[in-house]
Ligand binder design. Structure first.
Ligand code: AMP
Length: 222
């Protein structure tokens, strides 16, 4: 199974991706996490992409496609959840071509949807654990102890790109570059919009219901 999860920054995509991957035993491929890891290692790729992330710009497609190509090859036999990839039509077409070479295709493309005011509120309160990458929200999903991770006790941090100015830019880039994926995946008949209001369990249930229905429909058609 190949699932895509996309949506504007701050919609709760990372949290839902973690839950979905766990529930359905998918390899979660978060391009944002991969890039942040490269940056923290100060690798050649990390040094190349650092400025793009800091400014809230998309990393150039050639760099992203190289990264994805390698990961697809490493995980040929596994079910994959793409979290944050593709981010534009060019990436979407490339992904399809790469999957087709392995006789694979995308099963479901989820878009998480939320009003802009709510998105900004969520982003300003977002904190994450730099060690295990778990995501918190100081108002809706706070850690048990002041600003340390429940799982490993690491001090929680704010992402460099969660500042008001960069948030605005990232939302604009989403509208211009990523939103066209909606009509594209609708045309392929694999698009599902998820209402991202409510608590995390409610949102997870909405997503799981669709995945379960899809799996059942595949079982009955086989
Ligand atoms: P995310 O964690 O998904 O919000 O991604 C954080 C940042 O990583 C984005 O603002 C981009 O700078 C970069 N990024 C992540 N995925 C992609 C992608 N598929 N294409 C280009 N840039 C990406």
């Amino acid at each position: 199974m190949r699932i895509i999860l996309f949506g504007p920054p701050g919609v709760g995509k990372g949290t839902q991706a973690q839950r979905l991957a766990e529930k359905f035993n998918l390899v979660r491929l978060s391009t944002g996490d991969l890039l942040r890891e490269e940056i923290s290692l100060s690798s050649p790729v990390g040094r190349k992409v650092e400025q793009f992330l800091r400014k809230g710009h998309l990393v150039p497609d050639d760099i992203m496609l190289d990264i994805i190509e390698n990961i697809l090859l490493e995980n040929k036999e596994r079910d994959i959840l793409f979290d944050g990839f593709p981010r534009n039509l060019n990436q979407a077409h490339s992904l399809e071509r790469s999957l087709a070479q392995m006789q694979q295709e995308i099963d479901i493309a989820f878009e998480m949807h939320l009003d802009e005011d709510e998105i900004v509120k969520r982003l300003v309160n977002r904190r994450y654990c730099p060690r295990c990458e778990r995501i918190y929200n100081l108002s809706t999903n706070p850690p048990k102890n002041d600003c340390v991770c429940d799982q490993d006790g690491a001090k929680l941090v704010t992402r460099d790109d969660d500042t008001a100015e960069v948030i605005k830019k990232r939302l604009k880039i989403y509208e211009d570059e990523t939103r066209p994926l909606v009509s594209y995946y609708k045309s392929l008949n694999i698009y599902k919009q998820i209402d991202a209001r409510g608590n995390q369990d409610e949102i997870s249930d909405r997503i799981s219901e669709i995945v379960n229905a899809y799996l059942n429909s595949k079982c009955t058609s086989n």
